[in-house]
Design a protein around this ligand. Structure first.
Ligand code: 3PG
Length: 306
C-alpha cells in the first residue's frame, strides 16, 4: 500500500518521522510530496496512491479523479472544506479529518494575535490589556473551548454561542451562553471565530453582525477567511475607526485593508495556527493511524463523507 503525504506547507520533520514509523510498521510505503508549487505534481503523485494525507492542500475533483487506487483521504487537521466530498463519495473514497489534534496550537495563536493587536503590533505606544475584557467565542468546538480556557487565565470574561453544543456543556466551563450570534457580538469586545467554512457560514460575518460589537472591538479569525464578508468588513472599518481585524491567513483584500487601516489589521503570511511541531506530530500520527485502522480493519471513525 502506498501512502502519499502531500503537503504544500510541510509538517515539521519530527512529525514526518512519526508518520513514517506508523506507515512502515504496517508494512506500507510512504511517499512524500512536500512544498510542491504546481498542481500537476500532486496529480502525478496521487495517481497510484492507496491513501493520502493532506493539510490545507486541495483535494479537488481533478485530484480525486486522477487517483486510480485511492481508498482514503485524511485531512490532518480539523477543517475539511478543502476536500471535494461529493467527488470522493462518487468514487467510494473515504474522507476523514483528525479533530482536536491541532486545536491547542490554533487556540494559542488566537490569543497571541489578540495580544499583538491589543499592543499596537508592538509599536512602542500604549496599548490595552486583555484583562477585564469580554471575549465571545463563536462556535464552542475543540478550539473555541481551549481559547475560552486560556482567556480565563488572562482575567477575561468568556461568552460563547454555538447552536450545536448544549448550553449545559458550555456553562459547565464557567462560560456565559448566548442564544444568537447577534447577542454574542453585542456583548463582546473580542470575537474569536471558530466556525467551519461551508455554504451556510461563507460571508456570514457581515457588516450588520460586526457593527453590533461594542466600541474598541476586535475580530480574531483563526477559522477561515471565507466566513468573513470582506467587502462589508471594509465598509465597517471605514465607518468605525475603533474596529480592528486580525486573521490567520490574509484575506483576498489584504492589500486594501493594510493600506486603508494601517495598525488596525494584521494577517499572517501563511496559515500559522496549526504550525507547531506538537500539532504536526499529533495530527500526523492520528492521520497515519486512521489510515492503517481503516485499511486493516475498516474503521471509519472520523469519516466526514458518510
Ligand atoms: C485546520 O483546519 O486544522 C487548520 O486550519 C490547519 O490547517 P493547516 O494544516 O493547513 O495548517
Amino acid at each position: 500500500m502506498k501512502v502519499l503525504v502531500a503537503t504544500e506547507k510541510p509538517f515539521a520533520p519530527a512529525a514526518v518521522n512519526e508518520i513514517r514509523t506508523v506507515i512502515e510498521n504496517a508494512n506500507y510505503e510512504l511517499v512524500l510530496l512536500e512544498k510542491y508549487s504546481d498542481n500537476s505534481e500532486l496529480l502525478g503523485a496521487v495517481a497510484n496512491a492507496d491513501a493520502m494525507i493532506i493539510r490545507s492542500d486541495k483535494a479537488t475533483k481533478e485530484v480525486i479523479d486522477a487517483a486510480k487506487n485511492l481508498k482514503i483521504i485524511v485531512r490532518a487537521g480539523a477543517g475539511y472544506d478543502n476536500i471535494d466530498l461529493e467527488a470522493a463519495s462518487a468514487k467510494n473514497i473515504v474522507a476523514m479529518n483528525t479533530p482536536g489534534q491541532n486545536s491547542n496550537a490554533v487556540a494559542e495563536l488566537a490569543i497571541g494575535m489578540m495580544i499583538y493587536i491589543a499592543r499596537g503590533l508592538f509599536n512602542g505606544k500604549a496599548g490595552s490589556e486583555l484583562k477585564g475584557k469580554t471575549i465571545g467565542i463563536h462556535a464552542y468546538g475543540n478550539v473555541g473551548k481551549l481559547v475560552g480556557n486560556i482567556a480565563k487565565g488572562f482575567g477575561m470574561s468568556v461568552a460563547a454561542f454555538d447552536p450545536f453544543v448544549s448550553a449545559e456543556a458550555i456553562e459547565a466551563d464557567g462560560v456565559t451562553v448566548y442564544n444568537s450570534a447577534e447577542e454574542l457580538y453585542a456583548n463582546s469586545q473580542y470575537i474569536s471565530l471558530h466556525i467551519p467554512a461551508n455554504n451556510e457560514t461563507k460571508n456570514s460575518i457581515n457588516y450588520e453582525l460586526l457593527n453590533k460589537m461594542p466600541k474598541g472591538a476586535t475580530l480574531v479569525n483563526t477559522a477561515r477567511k471565507e466566513v468573513v464578508n470582506e467587502e462589508e468588513l471594509v465598509k465597517l472599518m471605514n465607518d468605525r475607526n475603533d474596529f480592528k481585524y486580525v486573521s490567520d491567513i490574509a484575506p483576498n483584500n489584504a492589500a486594501e485593508l493594510e493600506d486603508k487601516f494601517e495598525g488596525r489589521v494584521y494577517f499572517t503570511p501563511k496559515k500559522m495556527g496549526a504550525q507547531t511541531s506538537e500539532a504536526n506530530i499529533n495530527a500526523g500520527i492520528a492521520a497515519a493511524t486512521q489510515i492503517v485502522n481503516f485499511l486493516e480493519n475498516g474503521d471509519t471513525t472520523f469519516q466526514v463523507n458518510k
